[in-house]
Design a protein. Sequence first.
Length: 290
Amino acid sequence: MLRSVARLLSQSAPAAEQAGKSWWKLGAATLAAGTAGLAAAASISLADEAEHGLHAPSYPWPHEGFFSSYDHRSIRRGFQVYTQVCSTCHSMDLIHYRDLVGVCYTEDEAKELASNIEVTDGPNDEGEMFERPGKLSDKLPAPYMNEEHARYANGGAYPPDLSLITKARHDGQNYVFSLLLGYREPPAGISVREGLHYNPYFPGGAIAMPKMLNDDGVEYDDGTPATEAQQAKDVVTYLSWAAEPEADERKLMGAKWIAVLSLVFLTTVYYKRWKWAPLKSRRIVVDVVN
């Protein structure tokens, strides 16, 4: 009996050793496949980052809350950043001077701002075009006459209109803010051709627009220190308002509707209980004898 058991053990030992080696081979193959998969995912992630740009961080914008409104002082400062910095290349064709009234300027201040520009109007009684001071009904002036003029002045690059830029870009506010502050030297191994500037948040990493914001590059009329981050925050707030000028009114209307519908709901619940409570609590006796 003992000899039979020993014989069986001696026969099963090589099989067990071979099975153990098979498991080691399978584990090594699985580990290699996992490593290759991680490397492939990392390469895909890097390729996606290079193609679409670095994902912008999420910032706590004070006007994003359901019951929050725009910081109108920040809108005013952002308008100053736009007029003193951004308007040299970018237009805002959907914004008129009258849109600023009651938002960041009084009517008299907006009229004074508009009067500082010259607008080609006409024709007059003689059929000729003429220049006149701007009015509240005029749009913010564009830096170029047309797209061809803009491309010629910027080496083939076309500066986009900023009226809806925070809606036209994915995660618009965070993207624009990160882009404005994202200029840096290209890392080792990355070359940027002449005329472009490295910015990891821009798709492809190379952007024609140079770094435009610098500390004290703008003088705020309210005395706020014009740091680079402050300018970026203010101009993004202004651009967000330009893309959704009705946002505050929409939130206020939503709050009113919520209040009214809450009262209607409570009244409906009370009426339902008042109407149906006697019927649901009554006792019905069925007399089967008579």
